[in-house]
Design a protein around this ligand. Sequence first.
Ligand SMILES: Nc1ncnc2c1ncn2[C@@H]1O[C@H](COP(=O)(O)OP(=O)(O)OP(=O)(O)O)[C@@H](O)[C@H]1O
Length: 614
Amino acid sequence: MGTIVILSNNGFFVTPEKLGVHSGKSQTFGRFRSLNCAFSNSSFSSASFELSRFRSCSKSEHMLQCKSMIRSVISKKSENKGTQLGKRENVGMRKRFSLRLRPRLRLLSRRLKRVSISSFLNDLGTFFRKNVIGVIVAVALGLCYFFLFLTRTPSPKVVPYSDLVTSLQSGEVTRVMFEEESRRIYYNTNSWRVEKDQISEDKSLVNAEDGNVVDSVETGGIGRRQGETVLNVFRKLMRVQASNPKWEYSTRKIDHDESYLLSLMRDTGITYSSAPRSLIWLVRSTVATVLVFWPLPLFMWFLRRQLSDANSHVKKRTSSDSMVTFDDVEGVDTAKVELIEIVSCLQGAINYNKLGAKLPRGVLLVGPPGSGKTLLARAVAGEAGVPFFTVSASEFVELFVGRGAARIRDLFKVARKSSPSIIFIDELDAVGGKRGRSFNDERDQTLNQLLTEMDGFDSDMKVVVIAATNRPEALDPALCRPGRFSRKVYVGEPDEEGRRKILAVHLRGVPLEEDSDLICSLVASLTPGFVGADLANIVNEAILLAARRGCEFVSREDIMEAIERAKYGINDRALGPSTISKELGKIFPWMPSLMGRNGRRLDDLQGPLGYQTL
Ligand SMILES: Nc1ncnc2c1ncn2[C@@H]1O[C@H](COP(=O)(O)OP(=O)(O)OP(=O)(O)O)[C@@H](O)[C@H]1O
């Protein structure tokens, strides 16, 4: 079976079978239009007619007839326009390009439409407002560079003083100028004039070729002539500046030799004069100095800020205004007992000295995140009634070597002065990690300083250091040896009773629809593995949900949804009720009997806990 090949407008070869398949309206239109392009003389309808004939040919397998038809069409076309084929190819190529380009252009225009000028200007304004100083500095620096670029002049050749004397003696010097307030002497020679003349000749030639009338270099004029564009004038300015040094040579004068020089010049009849330094030169040198030294004030400011921060942070944290007491911390009874003992020692309630005991210098609170380590430390501060210095260990991590150590020194100095006092270091692992594991000298120095300070307490100096960490295994062993953080207190996950007590603490002022004890017991039973921070979060979420509903009381549903959110995340609603009901089923085995298979209640009865949404 023969094949008819039709060149479509986008360069694909289409068989009649394909044509048969593509019978959709738009595709048919596309193919017909292609044909119309190929036979531009025939009209759209005639082209479609031709195409239908091709299709019928392929179906009836009268291939020879079809071939002859194509040949006749082509020969007819070639008769009509002999050179049309090449042109058509070009047109096809152009069309192909336009077809590829068109969607891209459309996309671009759509994007451009979305970018409105006003929003762009708004963004720009916001950016400028946010970075005012940066923008001002950038603009100022840019202007400085532009000024230097505009006023640049080629400097004369620097020669030894003896060259000037020799040139004067040989009569080569044409003009001399002494610069006032400096020792510089500028002079020109005969050869300079020749070069200058050549340059001016070259310039006039170049300008004649351009067709522009430009002042000669000789006159030094750079004004705009009639018919000249601003760009040309700018170019001219640049060219003149680049190639027209006013003086050929410069040298430094030797002290007490002026009289000899002057007599020499008078004898040879050379023109000499003196002039002050040009204003441009002064401005240029000032601007250049600014450009070279502008980072210095920035660096000084940065350094000053670092130093002032380092000295002020101890003062900032001296106030013990936190009103947390041991009653606010629940579920961590063992840790509480240990810390209460230390508070009692600090307050003098327990006379540990009588039996020859020493006050522990350091207490390390260890436990998972959110278990209440920081809260315990704050409770110590609230109960002890002594100055309490709290600091996060990451604040000792400094850019400059030695700054962290200095901060530790300052902290302990102030704490010692206000003895009895407590220092609390949160996230101790930030500086207390094992030494020698990295090339970070700064961190090692800070840790060394901490170790030294903890050794440096007198036995009767009542300063206790409490530190908290989630990663005790990462700490340097030297920190944990007796005499430093000798007392390690584990603040773990609370048990069910602990969770109930913690919830009671956080539900203290919350208006509940139901009995608080019942809610606490229910939530405590549903949240194994939760720490204090999780429970605090559940209570807060429940209050937010109630507020969202516009209610004045927190209902059981709010609390249950808050638990769902804490457990499964906010978006995972599909998991919600069934999962919770499964869990409730585990805890209260009689509960599923009151529910259908899919967790929905079969009757309108309330469950024993009155939780209806399950
Ligand atoms: N035992 C607890 N009793 C009452 N509230 C608690 C308890 N534990 C945690 N919370 C609540 O969780 C919040 C965060 O706890 P805290 O900052 O003390 O945890 P942390 O153990 O120091 O965590 P991290 O190790 O991440 O610093 C507290 O402000 C408090 O509201």
